[in-house]
Design a protein around this ligand. Structure first.
Ligand SMILES: Cc1cc2nc3c(=O)[nH]c(=O)nc-3n(C[C@H](O)[C@H](O)[C@H](O)COP(=O)(O)OP(=O)(O)OC[C@H]3O[C@@H](n4cnc5c(N)ncnc54)[C@H](O)[C@@H]3O)c2cc1C
Length: 409
């Protein structure tokens, strides 16, 4: 295995690092402080990222995008995450959802939606699965009849009529198109009752509820989606009714089959790219703490010369390097289909979640009182951002994925 990046990968990394550090980071610092979550949305950065080709990077060249390889996508997201977790996640949403426009939609659907995504520099995508009463259950198979999501899509003639509520949906209220998960059978087990639809933002009966006012990742809008007799043409069903379980990379089935027919082989591991963003923010915690420890003098010397601070920083460095090695290995494994396992994404996410919370916490400690203040030091922002990424479900997910016993409700 060769860990050297190609010249092109290095150029992309350097270009994105410059954009992230010079343009994203200062704007993120401003927007993070706004009280109303609607005021935190980074429209100008989205347009700039589009102009740089970052929004459409995951679409293969053959279909009109930049056709950037998977490892490079992970590298881009680490760099953006090192500047702002929320903004990086908006771009991550493009990388996880836009390939689905190519690989899961039929010709008629692709002809309708792919050009819109490619041509409009503010066209974002959302994935709507979580509901107030179905969080973890909506992602990891809890197959009791009737359990999990409740949003219901009923076929009436040439339309589906949809009722229900989603919440915490990333890019909710700003995305122009959502992959909407709904039941097409109210009573069956979720593994055979869930379908996935294309839901345009302006469909009749579809409205946006509140924008969640989050602790961190504030540049990422998260909102409630409300469907009250919302109507979409029946042709917006992706694949077949009841076959959507597995379409997010949990391990196959449903529309995933189409990735093979369009030449992409298999969908990438679920969770990996999101965790690449988190790795970027965790790296930023380490770098900020290192720089501060090299200049802050207490006890007659730079605090990095105090042994426990030095050991703390060394441990952070080891974890960041180990995480990146795991990320690159997982990306390589998928791209080359060498010992590939779809669980790699969530395993990597669980690892970065765990080391991330510790590193962010320790970095705040190295800054002393300043670590808790809002005095032009982003460290407490990073802590909030890293916390807002974990939201409880990654270790549960790993337990499900590796088949460990889990307390069923
Ligand atoms: C910033 C942010 C962005 C998000 N973006 C999206 C998005 O774009 N699209 C989307 O659909 N959703 C999104 N979500 C929702 C996210 O996927 C859910 O928050 C997550 O699935 C957890 O669900 P929950 O919050 O309802 O927690 P719950 O499922 O209620 O979990 C609460 C606690 O119980 C534990 N638990 C739950 N079930 C089990 C079990 N069976 N065994 C053991 N322990 C269990 C969990 O680990 C957790 O600690 C987002 C959330 C946030 C905070």
């Amino acid at each position: 295995m060769d860990f050297r990046l190609t010249e092109e990968q290095e150029m992309t990394r350097d270009m994105v690092r410059e954009f992230a550090q010079n343009e994203v980071k200062p704007v993120a610092w401003e927007l993070d402080h706004k009280h109303d979550p609607k005021d935190c949305i980074p429209w100008d950065l989205i347009k700039k990222a589009s102009a740089l080709g970052l929004r459409t990077a995951a679409i293969p060249e053959k279909w009109g995008g930049e056709g950037v390889d998977y490892l490079t996508l992970a590298i881009i997201l680490e760099e953006l995450g090192a500047a702002d977790h929320g903004f990086a996640t908006i771009i991550r949403g493009c990388y996880t959802e836009s390939p689905r426009l190519v690989h899961e939609l039929n010709d008629e659907q692709r002809d309708e939606f792919l050009p819109k995504f490619l041509e409009d520099d503010t066209f974002l995508l959302g994935l709507a699965r979580t509901e107030p009463d179905a969080g973890t259950d909506s992602h990891y198979l809890y197959d009791e009849p009737g359990a999990s999501i409740r949003t219901y899509a009923e076929r009436r003639g040439d339309e589906y009529v949809i009722n229900g509520t989603k919440h915490f949906i990333s890019c909710g209220g700003v995305a122009k198109l959502y992959f909407l998960y709904a039941r097409t059978d109210k009573k069956g087990p979720i593994s055979t009752s869930m379908s996935v639809f294309l839901m345009p933002h302006d469909a009749p009966g579809f409205s946006i509820g509140r924008f969640h006012n989050k602790l961190g990742r504030r540049l990422l809008p998260n909102a409630e989606l409300i469907f009250e007799d919302a109507r979409i043409p029946a042709r917006y069903l992706i694949g077949k009714e009841g076959e959507a379980w597995g379409s997010e990379g949990e391990g196959g089935g449903g529309p995933q089959k189409d990735w093979v027919s369009t030449g992409a082989g298999a969908p990438p591991p679920f969770g990996l790219l999101g965790a690449a963003v988190n790795l970027g923010t965790v790296r930023a915690c380490y770098e900020e703490a290192l720089n501060y420890a090299r200049t802050r003098i207490q006890g007659g010397k730079k605090i990095i010369e105090h042994e426990h601070v030095a050991i703390n920083l060394a441990q952070m460095k080891v974890h960041v390097e180990a995480a990146r090695a795991l990320l690159w290995k997982s990306a390589w494994s998928w791209e080359t289909r060498t010992n590939y396992d779809p669980k790699m994404g969530m395993l990597f996410k669980a690892y970065v979640d765990e080391i991330g919370l510790k590193i962010a916490n320790d970095a705040v400690g190295i800054f002393g009182g300043l670590g808790t203040a809002d005095d032009d030091v982003p460290i407490q922002k990073y802590l909030r951002d890293v916390h807002t990424f974990t939201h409880g479900f990654s270790t549960t997910a790993v337990a499900w994925l590796i088949g460990a016993p889990s307390d069923k409700p």
